[in-house]
Design a binder for this molecule. Structure first.
Ligand SMILES: O=C(O)c1ccccc1NCC(=O)[C@H](O)[C@H](O)COP(=O)(O)O
Length: 264
């Protein structure tokens, strides 16, 4: 069984409890900017900054950090979006973290979880997310389409995550507008930024907002994925352990103005 299989099995175990109750978070009444619009109009690499306490590949990363304080620093440093890991068993996150962060900031907020059922999207929305993640590798084509449609009908944006060209095609088939390449192989934990460069070559010349996820530590990494065509990066561990969020995040916001005729 791969780690992704184990996480999905855990999600299936948790579904009955979610289905048996309704989300009960105080309403957050905020109109957030569209991440998609921010990405396709940006002239600097946009940073989606993640609140990540722990992970299956690294164990505990930063369990002591307060999500609201971290989120405020991300927003102040110019993050385009805040990703909040809500998965509990493997990442030590929660919908409560998501709600607290969504309440504290005005930028887009991504519910980073392993979605397999509409009820999880209901919880994400109720907790204040403006974006959800769908991982192609975790879903059948039917599930992917159904969850994508369900989320967009609820006025949520959707980040569709892929790791190879076959998954990219499946994301394109459902009309995904924001596509993230995860540089981390969720089956082996191997991280390689060349995954972004390889998959970018298969992107159609269209207005897809293309993001590179995982393994981004410094300006050199940011430059590498920007050269491959990324408009944004999703960054967790390096910002969680940096000790200076402002400097670390700003270092990633490199210039990405495309030359005339160049495909980005
Ligand atoms: O991070 C993991 O170990 C992991 C394992 C299995 C499934 C997902 C996993 N991470 C989720 C993510 O996609 C990352 O948190 C995110 O892209 C940020 O990555 P990083 O900057 O390398 O912390």
């Amino acid at each position: 069984m791969t780690i992704l299989d184990r996480i999905i099995a855990q999600k299936e175990l948790e579904l009955p409890a979610l289905l048996a109750s309704a989300p009960n978070f105080p309403t957050i009444d905020k109109v957030r900017p569209s991440l998609y619009e921010t990405l396709i109009t940006a002239s600097t690499l946009q940073v989606i900054s993640e609140m990540k306490r722990a992970s299956p590949s690294k164990g505990d990363i930063a369990t002591h950090i307060d999500p609201v304080e971290q989120a405020r620093q991300y927003e102040e440093a110019g993050a385009a979006c805040i990703s909040v890991l809500t998965e509990q068993a493997f990442f030590k996150g929660s919908f409560e973290d998501l709600h607290a962060v969504a309440n504290a900031v005005n930028i887009p907020v991504l519910c980073k979880d392993f979605m397999i059922h509409e009820v999880q999207i209901d919880y994400a929305k109720a907790a204040g997310a403006s974006i959800i993640l769908l991982i192609v590798a975790a879903l059948t084509d039917e599930q992917l389409k159904a969850l994508y449609t369900y989320a967009t009908e609820k006025q949520l944006e959707v980040l569709v995550e892929v790791h190879d060209t076959e998954e990219l095609q499946r994301a394109l088939n459902i009309g995904a507008k924001i596509i993230g390449v995860n540089n981390r192989n969720l089956k082996t934990f191997e991280v390689s930024l060349t995954t972004t460069a390889e998959i970018a070559q298969h992107l159609p010349p269209s207005s897809i907002a293309f993001i590179s996820e995982s393994g981004i530590w410094n300006a050199e990494d940011a430059q590498f994925v920007a050269n491959a065509g990324a408009k944004g990066v999703l960054v967790g561990e390096s910002l969680m352990v940096s000790g200076n969020v402002m400097n670390s995040l700003k270092a990633l916001q490199i210039d990405i103005i495309a030359k005339v005729g160049e495909k980005r």
